[in-house]
Design a binder for this molecule. Sequence first.
Ligand code: PEP
Length: 257
Amino acid sequence: MATRTPLMAGNWKMNLNHLEAIAHVQKLAFALTDKDYEAVEVAVLPPFTDLRSVQTLVDGDKLRIKYGAQDVSAHDSGAYTGEVSGPLLAKLNCTFVTIGHSERRQYHGEDEPVVNAKVKAALKHGLTPIMCVGEELSVREAGNHVPHTLAQVDGGLEGVAAESVAGLVIAYEPVWAIGTGKVCGEEDAQEVCGAIRQRIGELYDDETAQQVRIQYGGSVKSGNVAKIMAQPDIDGALVGGASLDAEEFVKIIRFRD
Ligand code: PEP
């Protein structure tokens, strides 16, 4: 069975300017030790405008923190005003990019074909997608959270090869738990994350299913992360609000302590 290194990623959303970003990453770097980096992979996902500053800091101080973007264009270059492409992110040595975050789905109308095109664009340029899926409250209340989320997985991965899927990250983020303080119970989170892994096994094969990392996201904090991370199919956390507090994010990273 594959051993999956947990990925603890901080989604800063539209917070922290480039100067604040430098100070924040410095705080994280000062607090984190080799033991932390041996136990988990740590990443920050700042706004686009911070990425060059974060890159300079990470390269200059040879930090082990990884970083990435919160979105990527489906296109490589050209007349797409306001978009940021895979080649531009790859040039900044980004490791990750979140795709299909619920806030992109909600406010920018991103659907499965868009998510699928962006996943392919990221992979083409050597970026690791963190593909976000998850249901709204009404869907959960109707008991349709598993089929709804699996349909997002199917659509997002259509035409993506097994070797690419093995290396990517899927973040299960129930929309009703994002930024609301309502954390999904660990058994409920496991139910969906387990179903996602099973679906990857059906779409691809067992080996791919055992390799893909599945994160939980939605009001993760130091007080609830240990129970979530104890679930067999949860391989990390995508942390929004709580990742803006460096001390709190370090406590989340040290969920085993
Ligand atoms: C997120 O933005 O992906 C997220 C999970 O936010 P929060 O942790 O604030 O709920």
